[in-house]
Structure formats: structure tokens, C-alpha cells
Design a binder for this molecule. Structure first.
Ligand code: TPP
Ligand code: NAG
Ligand code: MG
Length: 568
């Protein structure tokens, strides 16, 4: 009665630190940890690959502000999770990975699945440690959870020696740690706020860029007030979409290139000047652009461009400070400027081109037609998960987000394979909030393949997920079935088939029906609309809509190849 095992201590410590979700795959030596976690009331989702489990755990961290846990076995289990840790760290999302490892008395002896796990994790995490004894488990887990959410969020690793799982210790000898509170909130320096406000007021062509840091920092209410009071145009980054609704009158996403190129002052909110924002440099930015950089991480300040003002601290607090600065004299950026007309003209011109492509009725469908009809049918409050190259890039411009933290995608690391894990995480969070909102997972056919077997996980837990596979028979593009047959006759496919090709018209829908979900194979607009309507309205089980599109369908001509790094 007085004794407590290592497994129990891990579970109790995670629960005490308000870790609500655990994703993983069990085996020696951590099966008891999963059972103990469940007994503590932590929701345990058994996955099919640790990579997807880690993607899922990190997405719950992003969605809830508290890290999810990823539970893995030693050696290969931990190695699979490293991809998820790296992705979480690049995205600045909190996650706790708990890895079982070899028994201590077999270390260096060639133990089963022995691997230097603490060292291996170091490059993929902010913190990597092993409790030295059972008594140290609560404090190491508290530190891992705290480190994952304090400062810039990221991945933390806790290694558990296999022999510690079943070993026990007297409860009275274990120090109980209280739950670490949410990160302390810090404000930006007042003089920096004053300077930033005066630069904003003097701007001729101002632009607000909203990053996923603003979404993670729950700055949506303050930001709405700030944007509406100041009248400034804003542009979301891919996962900054939805912090303010995409159909907000101040959103200039459809004039992205123009806005970036000509802005003279950019208020950068929780976004990094990395490849996604073209480093903040020419030829994509004005060489003299003044950056007002808002970030919670001091080390981020000045990366690639030295900011005119660095506003260090909590993004929600700083937007509130800026709001007060703007509010003081009731200043508002006028709506009749040349800048606004430039942006609005560009938005109208781009809308016209997309609309023409969307309304094409040729068969097979192109990307624009697919997304046009999907966007008409999606509920405003659904969570959109997306990955792929063309599928994600075109989908991002055509599928609107209206709510914060309702878009999850390949992210800063450009990782293919995240989609199904993210969708499972979003569904788990929605389910526990009793909202049961649909998760729409828009996948390229290649992207789907990376974690396709997680469809079984979705069916096992009956998660409210609708997967749409935009199937062009390949990576970026593919060939039609007739061409494929010709190629087969010509000789060894490994020497002939273009490396981008995948099996034409592959039946991804049957992967879903294999596990009892609903599968749809669609070629026409009518079939697409009907399948999506059925999946959304009379939903009973997860569904997968396999949309066969023109394998040579491509993007409309771009002024600049935006976000096509992954495409090159
Ligand atoms: C883990 C990983 N492996 C490989 C890539 C390279 N890559 C970028 S996009 C992509 C897939 C694009 O094809 P698909 O998902 O079918 O989308 P499409 O462009 O065809 O619509 C790949 C393999 C990557 N980004 N991540
Ligand atoms: C813990 O004990 C259980 C039950 O005796 C056993 O099945 C399991 O293998 C043990 N786990 C470890 C890691 O030793
Ligand atoms: Mg494809």
C-alpha cells in the first residue's frame, strides 16, 4: 500500500503536471506505464508508428498549451519518435517523449534494443534527461513539462531505464511536486512600445504579419481589437491563418507577394523571418523595410534582419500594449490610401484568376475545382489539417479558416506524414471537449502514404475525421493509367518511371473501408460534393474521399514561386 512503482510515479507525475493525452506504442519495457497512465485518467491513444504518435502528441500541445505525452519503447521506438521531436521543435510546439530503455545492469552489454537515447534525443529537443532513481521521477517530469512550455516551446525527452518501471519505493520517500503553472507573462519594454507605435503611425505602407506564435499565444481577441482599431492590413502565415478570420476585410492574404514586397513597416507577430517569410530580405521584401519584431524568444530577435524595434515578451500582452498605444489618441490608418487600393486591386485580380480555374468543368478535375467545392461545403468551425505540395499550397489559398488553431499543416519543417497524427490529436482534443467537431484532413496522395496506416487508429477510436486525398498519381504530378501501362511494356519500371510517380488511381479509399470506415472514389464535381456532404452530415464513421484529379494539373502562374521550396 505504501509502495509505488516507477510506472505509477510516471503516470501520477504526468497527471499532476496536467498532461491529459498520451500517444504511443507499447512493448517492453513500457507497457505498464501506459496502463498506469490510463488508470490515472490520462487518455491513451495507441498508434501504429511512433513518428505519428509524436506528431499527435505535439499537436495536442499546440492546441491546448499543455504538452501531450508520447510513449515509446527503447531503441527503434525512440528512433521513430525523433522525427516527431524534430518537427515539434522546429514548430515550437511542446511535447514530452517518454522512452523506455535497457535495464541499467545490462548497459553496454548489448542489451535488447539498447541505444544511447538521452544523447540521441539531445539534438531534437530542448531538454533530455534520465531520472537517476525512482525518487527523481516527479521532479524530472515536472522539469520536462515546464521546459516544454516555458520560453520558446519545444520537445523534451525523459528516459526511463527498463528496470525502473516495475521497481518500487516507499511513497514517503518521494517528494511530491505541485503542477507547474502556465508560463509567467512578460511585457515588452514601455519605451520600445512607444517607439513601435510611432513608427507604425508614420508608415506609408504598413503590414501586420500574424504567425502561429500568435495562435499558440492565444492573442486572437487582443489582435482583433488591434487590427480593427488601427485599420491595418494583415497577412497570416500558414498556421497563423484563422487567428483572425480569412474573410476579415483587413486580410490581404490574396495579395501576399505584393504586400511583402512593398510594405515599408512590418509588425511581425510570433512569426520567424525564415524560409517561409523569405528571410525578410530582397527580392521578396523592400530592402529598407522596418521590422517591429514581437517574439517571446530573445534569441530570435535580429535573425536575418535587424529589427527597428524588438518587442520581447508574451504576444497577447504585447498586442494589448500596442493597442493601448494606438488607442491613446484614437489613431487609425486611413482606408483610402494608395496602399489599400494597390492591395485591393491585387486581391481582385488574383481572385479572378483562381475563380476561372475553379469553375473549369473539364474532366478530370484540377486542384482549384476540387478546393472550390470543398470550401463551399466545409463548416466554418471545422479543423483543417493539410499536407502535400500542390495540395497543401493551393488548398491553403482556397480553404478559409475562421477560428484560431484550426489549421495544422506540414509547418516550418515541411514534414510530410504529419497529417494523420495531427488529425487524430485534433479529434482527441475535440472529443474530450465534447465538441466533436469534424476534422478535415486534406492530403496529397504521397503525403497520405507516410502515415496511412493510422487510418486504423481513426477507425478503432471512431474519430470524427474526414480524409480527402487529392490524388494526382504522384509527388507534385503523375501519369495517367494508360501512360503507365505503356511504360510497363517498355521495360523495367525502376529505370523508366519518373521518380515523382505513384501507382495511378490507387484506391486509398479502400484503406479506409478495410477497417470499417467509409470510402468514396470520386471523379466528378457531383460525386465529390455528394461524398463530402454524406461524410459531414450523416457521419457515422471516419471516411476517406479519394479524389482522382488530372495528374498534370498544376498551380496557376505565380509572380514569385511562393512556398514552393518543397517543390524545387
Ligand atoms: C518527410 C518528407 N519526405 C519527403 C518530402 C519531400 N516532399 C515534399 S512534398 C512531397 C509530396 C508531394 O506530393 P503529394 O502529397 O501527393 O502532393 P501533390 O503536390 O502531388 O498535390 C514530398 C515527398 C518531405 N517534404 N518530407
Ligand atoms: C513488469 O512486471 C510485469 C508483471 O510481472 C511483467 O510482465 C513485465 O515484463 C515487467 N516489466 C519490466 C519492464 O520488467
Ligand atoms: Mg500527389
Amino acid at each position: 500500500m505504501d509502495d509505488v512503482t516507477g510506472a505509477q510515479l510516471i503516470a501520477e507525475s504526468l497527471k499532476a503536471q496536467k498532461v491529459e493525452y498520451m500517444f504511443g506504442i507499447v512493448g517492453v519495457p513500457i507497457i505498464e506505464v501506459a496502463m498506469a497512465a490510463q488508470a490515472e485518467g490520462i487518455k491513451y491513444v495507441g498508434m501504429r508508428n511512433e513518428q505519428a504518435a509524436c506528431y499527435a502528441a505535439s499537436a495536442t500541445g499546440y492546441l491546448t498549451g499543455r504538452p501531450g505525452a508520447c510513449l515509446v519503447v527503447s531503441g527503434p521506438g525512440l528512433i521513430h519518435a525523433l522525427g516527431g521531436m524534430a518537427n515539434a521543435n522546429e514548430n515550437c510546439w511542446p511535447v514530452i517523449v517518454i522512452g523506455g530503455s535497457a535495464d541499467r545492469n545490462q548497459e553496454t552489454a548489448g542489451a535488447f534494443q539498447e541505444f544511447p537515447q538521452v544523447e540521441a534525443s539531445r539534438l531534437y529537443s530542448k531538454f533530455s534527461a534520465r531520472p537517476s532513481c525512482l525518487e527523481a521521477i516527479p521532479s524530472v517530469i515536472e522539469k520536462a513539462v515546464r521546459t516544454s512550455i516555458y520560453g520558446r516551446p519545444g520537445a523534451c525527452y525523459v528516459d526511463i531505464a527498463g528496470d525502473m518501471v516495475n521497481a518500487s519505493v516507499k511513497r514517503s520517500e518521494v517528494r511530491v511536486l505541485p503542477c507547474c503553472p502556465s508560463p509567467p507573462v512578460s511585457l515588452a519594454d514601455n519605451s520600445a512600445i512607444t517607439e513601435a507605435v510611432s513608427i507604425l503611425k508614420a508608415a506609408k505602407r504598413p503590414l501586420v504579419i500574424i504567425g502561429k506564435g500568435a495562435a499558440y499565444g492565444r492573442a486572437e481577441n487582443a489582435l482583433k481589437e488591434f487590427v480593427e482599431m488601427s485599420g491595418l492590413p494583415f497577412l497570416p502565415t500558414p498556421m497563423g491563418k484563422g487567428v483572425l478570420p480569412d474573410d476579415h476585410p483587413n486580410c490581404v492574404a490574396a495579395a501576399r507577394s505584393r504586400a511583402l514586397l512593398q510594405a515599408d513597416v512590418v509588425l511581425l507577430l510570433g512569426a520567424r523571418l525564415n524560409w517561409m517569410l523569405h528571410f525578410g530580405l530582397p527580392p521578396r521584401f523592400n530592402p529598407d523595410v522596418k521590422i517591429l519584431q514581437v517574439d517571446l524568444c530573445a534569441e530570435e530577435m535580429g535573425n536575418n534582419v535587424s529589427p527597428a524595434v524588438a518587442l520581447l515578451g508574451d504576444i497577447n500582452a504585447i498586442v494589448t500594449q500596442l493597442l493601448q498605444g494606438v488607442h491613446k489618441d484614437g489613431w487609425k490608418y486611413p482606408s483610402n490610401t494608395e496602399w489599400w487600393s494597390t492591395l485591393k486591386d491585387k486581391i481582385a485580380a488574383n481572385a479572378k484568376i483562381s475563380k476561372a480555374l475553379a469553375l473549369q468543368t473539364t474532366m478530370p478535375m484540377n486542384y482549384y475545382t476540387v478546393f472550390h467545392h470543398v470550401s463551399q461545403l466545409l463548416p466554418h468551425d471545422c479543423i483543417i489539417v493539410s499536407e502535400g505540395a500542390n495540395t497543401m499550397d493551393i488548398g491553403r489559398t482556397m480553404l478559409n479558416n475562421y477560428l484560431p488553431r484550426h489549421r495544422l499543416d506540414a509547418g516550418t519543417f515541411g514534414t510530410m506524414g504529419v497529417g494523420l497524427g495531427f488529425a487524430i490529436a485534433a479529434a482527441a482534443v475535440e472529443k474530450s471537449g465534447n465538441k466533436n467537431q469534424r476534422i478535415i484532413c486534406v492530403e496529397g496522395d504521397s503525403a497520405f502514404g507516410f502515415s496511412g496506416m493510422e487510418v486504423e487508429t481513426m477507425c478503432r477510436y471512431n474519430l470524427p475525421v474526414v480524409i480527402i486525398v487529392v490524388n494526382n498519381n504522384g509527388i507534385y504530378s503523375g501519369v495517367d493509367p494508360e501512360t503507365w501501362k505503356e511504360m510497363e511494356k517498355m521495360g523495367d519500371l525502376t529505370t523508366i518511371a519518373p521518380p515523382v510517380t505513384l501507382l495511378p488511381e490507387a484506391r486509398y479509399d479502400e484503406v479506409m473501408t478495410a477497417f470499417g470506415g467509409r470510402g468514396f472514389l470520386v471523379r466528378t464535381v457531383e460525386e465529390l460534393r455528394s461524398a463530402l456532404q454524406q461524410s459531414l452530415s450523416d457521419w457515422e464513421r471516419p471516411s476517406l474521399i479519394n479524389v482522382l484529379i488530372d495528374p498534370s494539373s498544376d498551380r496557376k502562374q505565380q509572380e514569385f514561386p511562393w512556398l514552393t521550396r518543397s517543390n524545387l
